[in-house]
Design a protein around this ligand. Sequence first.
Ligand code: AMP
Length: 503
Amino acid sequence: MIVGIDLGTTNSAIAYINAYGKPEIIHNREGGRTTPSVILFEGNETVIIGEEAKNNSVLDPFNTIDFIKSEMGNPQYKFISGDIAFSPEELSSLILKKLIEDAEEVLNTKIEKAVVTVPAYFNDAQRKATQDSGKLIGIDIVKIINEPTAAALAYGLLHNSDPQNILVYDLGGGTFDATIVKVNGKEVIVQATDGIRDLGGRDFDDKIIEYAIKVFNEKHGIDLMDIDYVKELQELRRRGENLKKALSTRVESQLYISCKGIREAITITRDQFNEMIKPLYNRTEIIVQDVLHQANLSPKDIDKILLVGGSTRIPLISEGLKEAFGITPSKEVNPDEVVALGAAIQGSILEDGIKEIKDSKLIIKDVSSHSIGVISIDSKSGDKINSIILNRNSPLPAKSRRSFYTIEDNQEAIKLQITEGELEEIDYITIIGEFEIKLPAKLKRDTQVDIEMILDENQIIHVFTSIPQISGFFEEVHIERESNLKSEELEKKKDIVSKIEID
Ligand code: AMP
């Protein structure tokens, strides 16, 4: 069986295809349909993951860790517990382990394979890091798919819809994605996607918390940001999030702060909250307009808006989208579950096992989320520039080639710097790999060197160089990102992770 996993920033979910051929969420051992992506370390060898860890974060903030997903692919990030420094891959693997162990118990079967979803904007280092988290616990992540694609897939299959253009507006705890997908029940073709990697529900919580801290300080002269009040601040975080959720159904609510024996109730109205978060919502709307433009569509071409992610429950979001598109966003799918359901469907397509899904002959086409290129020298100015080879939003798998020229006679080598980013200026792009390609002897200046790039369906980059005038000259380079774990590190970490028990 291949399960589908939505490994979320704030909450995770796992799904499978049931005996009736329908995707279904697998509840965890505590009975929850989603599991908070929060880990509480109890020493080095035992962790608690999920709701209990989230609730305990107030009592034990230094041993609690959340928002791990936003650190995936960041080699600098470490969480220290005792004498062990845990990488984002290891921490994510513990969450995966909890989901898998729970599902194994509920379904009473061994699980060895999974499809895992990631935000559309995840680059290949972040995708590789996600895949490595699976390796650490012996789970084969057979495919990584984009969250909005999974959502559209589940929607398309569950609602067997007529051909339509869907905007998937995905606003979770820490990230935002906007994706345009053409769905006609059997085909899910992504047209364009973009996102903001550091915008989500936590920023909305922060607005409430900042306001409450300010009011409390003005009244009582106590700054809860002070290091002495770590526990109070953690508690305020929890209450701030609850207040935010309450404001999705109520027009006002209260936030209680207690510190040094002082208790204060702060009232916040939905209008006040809307005002606090409007600039953040506006940023998402700019991305939505840009994605529409990339897909060559205008707002009137959108037939359906699919809301994904817990933060889309905020009324301002659906009201804003309704105003921009003239249609009411769809409430047909559960925003917390639809991504995992889509991943389970993708799993069963790969497995080729479930008759109903097989018969529906689903076709899924995704697009690339970043432009990929190389650094070259501008022949006019002599400056270094980013030359894009594969454009963003290219249908996957994508393949493209560009020709470059040697700059001097007898040039011995070319330095290949692979880039990720949209602009020509090299200050605004990321270099994701550097290679030296040795050239054959006695080449004249201006010899053509072709660089071909392939981005496969998992958005992993393959780069090839060739010299048309010299048959047989062909080099493939493998990008081993600095930011990813080396194979020997993986083995070592596997050992560490296997010793950790989930309580
Ligand atoms: P996700 O990453 O999709 O699980 O989204 C989690 C985010 O959704 C968190 O920031 C939650 O606080 C937020 N959220 C969940 N339910 C609500 C709600 N009813 N109103 C506002 N935000 C919510």
